[in-house]
Design a protein around this ligand. Structure first.
Ligand SMILES: Nc1ncnc2c1ncn2[C@@H]1O[C@H](COP(=O)(O)OP(=O)(O)O)[C@@H](O)[C@H]1O
Ligand SMILES: Cc1cn([C@H]2C[C@H](O)[C@@H](COP(=O)(O)O)O2)c(=O)[nH]c1=O
Length: 216
């Protein structure tokens, strides 16, 4: 029985790497995947991992019908044995419904990968729909860590290392960007709630009122 599986986690926990591994293992056995993505950092029509691997993918545009795309593809006599959808948080809820229909009506496995919550710890609409519809939700096992060493469960958006809570839901970016630009940092809930990033924690530790008082 085919399945819709949602592999989720914070940024930088290995989702795209796992997507590429699933693709590699299946294509090594002669299977052909349909790979969807949207807004990957490597550019349009790419699925990339921070480990340096990248593959071509179909860039999902606004309003694209993913079920119709598969039906067109198959009706032209082309193959698709399974589907991968990376950056699935950026898909519209209707597109997640279309992926569920691919599973049920075309009998193909669909593996979706994405972050569940945004920088304000609110569900992305696409991820919410995945949680509602998926046969299985798998949280990635390689945990990303907060600067304090605890498991990172939240994504913070930063400007100059300082956490921000205003702005558009979608801003493509990375966890290793220059500190002057919009970037991201994964945090545990405690430090996300306190808006305490690695940079602000470092600054607080160096603040004069916590430095040792000099005797001279
Ligand atoms: N230089 C490195 N050596 C080993 N592992 C790395 C290196 N750089 C990144 N990684 C691994 O890759 C993970 C990020 O993978 P990626 O698939 O890009 O994440 P995601 O898609 O979840 O944002 C990191 O959590 C880390 O485990
Ligand atoms: C938290 C958050 C993230 N994003 C963007 C930033 C990245 O481009 C992707 C996540 O990619 P990854 O492969 O999981 O690292 O999402 C965003 O647009 N809005 C947010 O709130």
């Amino acid at each position: 029985m085919s399945e819709l599986v949602f592999f989720c986690g914070t940024m930088d926990c290995g989702k795209s790497t796992l997507a590429l591994q699933i693709e590699h293992n299946r294509s090594a056995r002669g299977l052909v995947g349909m790979i969807f993505t949207r807004n990957d950092r490597a550019g349009q029509g790419k699925l990339s991992s921070r480990l340096g691997l990248v593959t071509d993918a179909v860039e999902v545009e606004d309003g694209a019908d993913l079920y119709a795309h598969l039906v067109d593809h198959l009706s032209q006599g082309r193959r698709a044995d399974y589907v991968i959808a990376d950056e699935a948080q950026f898909l519209a809820p209707e597109q997640i419904d279309q992926l569920a229909r691919v599973v049920d009506d075309l009998d193909l496995d669909v593996y979706a990968f994405g972050i569940t919550t945004d920088f304000r710890s609110k569900l992305f609409p696409g991820s919410q729909r995945l949680v509602e519809l998926a046969d299985r939700v798998e949280v990635l096992q390689v945990e990303a860590l907060c600067w304090c060493g605890a498991r990172a469960t939240h994504n913070a958006r930063t400007v100059g290392g300082v956490m921000v809570v205003e702005g558009a839901q979608v801003v493509v970016g990375d966890v290793t960007g220059s500190t002057d630009e919009i970037g991201y940092e994964v945090l545990c809930r405690r430090h996300h709630r306190r808006r305490m990033t690695a940079a602000t924690a470092r600054a607080a530790a160096l603040a004069p009122d916590v430095l040792p008082v000099s005797s001279g």
